[in-house]
Design a protein around this ligand. Structure first.
Ligand code: SF4
Length: 429
């Protein structure tokens, strides 16, 4: 039998009420179109049609790389000068592009029209376009829309906007339906499968994931739905689900051994799983995750880390790195601090952690340079200049693309931080 591994209690209120430095200045972030890169892999019969400029097309294409073997599941309908000058009817053009696309690609079951800065500039109403086109193409293809525009957003908000647009499509669950669990937020298939097995072992079910892998499998939602957020950047999606009567289960996010345990614990409590059963199922996996983390702790303990605001994963990552790997948090910057969704995370951060929300990039760079942290988590635009100044960096976007949630990925997540430090040490040696 495995030894009892206690779940660490909150030592104090951590940073629950901590002051936050709020900055509103120049920012260095990608726009929400970036989310298409992981969303198109998840919903396998969906297509993302960006209605944007050549810049938008270039961003999505270069971020996704060139897909040589698969039929692409995203494209850009380019708004050109004639559209911008109001000389062409952009709606007619869009209808033509969509009709041609759906004729050529009978495998598409869900089409997202994704708004951009240029489509917003010419005030192209994509929700009306989606409604109009749905009339022609339903029931075979469902057409939805959301905005991936870069004005005042950050790149993970693209996923939030996409998933929020999917909520109205969810069937209404019957009032007398048994409580069901919905895991909300895009997870790699391998992670989803692991969680599915864990929930089954715990006797929790039915469990569905949102977004689903197939467009036709959107889970029913209603007052009997309990949902767990798997990602911390889904404020609009959560609001839309709550408006349908679903109840959020407050929990930290499933990063690291502790985060994963507390996340599962929230579901176990809501579904009445006995403590002994919970322990029996999770203890061997927790032990394995702790062993994987111990290998990295010796390299990361005491190392000082600085987060620039980028992915919105910063607070859960900071909690994981400080509590499970004993790293020291110099500053934890995040684009938006959602106090409600992050309440359990903030309570676990060491008291006195320097938190900042929003960005004034020059001021923040000054603080970072003055602190000379051992590692900096930031966007691609800041990484190269900081590396050139001798600082070690980690691209925040990599943490969104990589499977990092759950017990089996805890060691891999730690390794994402040890690797750049070891590389720097080799360069210096
Ligand atoms: S949506 Fe806006 S910020 Fe994003 S690539 Fe297009 S023009 Fe640039």
């Amino acid at each position: 039998m495995s030894p009892v591994i206690p779940i660490r209690a909150e030592a104090d209120i951590g940073c629950a009420d901590a002051p936050v430095l709020r900055e509103r200045g120049q920012r260095e972030v990608f726009c929400g179109l970036t989310g298409i890169i992981w969303l198109h892999r998840k919903i396998q019969d969906a297509f993302f049609l960006v209605v944007g400029s050549r810049t938008c097309a270039h961003l999505v294409q270069s971020a996704a790389g060139v897909m040589i073997f698969a039929e692409p599941r995203f494209a850009t309908a380019i708004i050109d000068e004639r559209d911008l000058a109001g000389l062409a009817d952009a709606n007619t053009e869009l209808d033509r592009v969509v009709t041609r696309l759906l004729e050529r690609r009978p495998d598409i079951r869900m089409l997202f029209l994704v708004g951009s800065c240029p489509s917003e500039v010419i005030k192209l109403d994509l929700s009306r376009a989606a409604e109009r086109l749905s009339k022609t193409h339903l029931p075979k293809v469902r057409i939805l829309n959301y905005s991936g525009s870069g004005i005042e957003t950050t790149f993970t908000q693209g996923e939030d906007a996409c998933l929020a647009s999917l909520v109205p499509v969810a069937p209404v669950s019957a009032d007398d339906a048994a409580p069901s669990l919905l895991v909300v937020g895009t997870l790699a298939d391998v992670v989803e499968d692991q969680f599915m097995r864990l929930f089954a072992e715990l006797g929790i079910g039915p469990v569905r994931f949102f977004p689903p892998r197939r467009a036709g499998d959107v889970a029913p939602v209603g007052p009997n739905t309990r949902f767990l957020l798997a990602q911390p950047f889904l404020a609009d999606t959560a609001r839309a689900l709550e408006a349908r009567g679903a109840q959020r289960l407050p929990a930290p996010f499933p990063l690291g051994e502790e985060g994963t345990t507390l996340w599962l614990q929230a579901a176990a409590t809501a579904f009445g799983v006995a403590a002994a059963r919970f322990h029996e199922v999770t203890a061997p996996k927790r032990e394995r995750a702790q062993r994987a983390l111990a290998r990295h702790r010796s390299q990361l303990a005491g190392k000082r880390i600085f987060f620039f605001p980028d992915s919105q994963l910063e607070v859960p990552l900071a909690r994981f790195l400080s509590r499970e790997l004993e790293m020291a948090l110099v500053e934890v910057g995040t684009p938006y601090l959602h106090r409600q969704h992050l309440a359990q995370e903030l309570a676990l951060l060491p008291s006195g952690t320097a938190l900042s929300e929003g960005q004034d990039v020059d001021k923040q760079l000054d603080r970072c340079r003055a602190a000379r942290p051992d590692i900096v988590v930031c966007g691609l635009g800041l990484a190269n200049p900081l590396e050139a100044e001798g600082l070690t960096t980690k691209w925040a976007i990599e943490l969104v693309f990589t499977p990092i949630q759950g017990y089996d990925q805890a060691g891999d997540l730690a390794e994402l931080f040890t690797r750049p430090l070891l590389r720097r040490m080799k360069l210096v040696a």
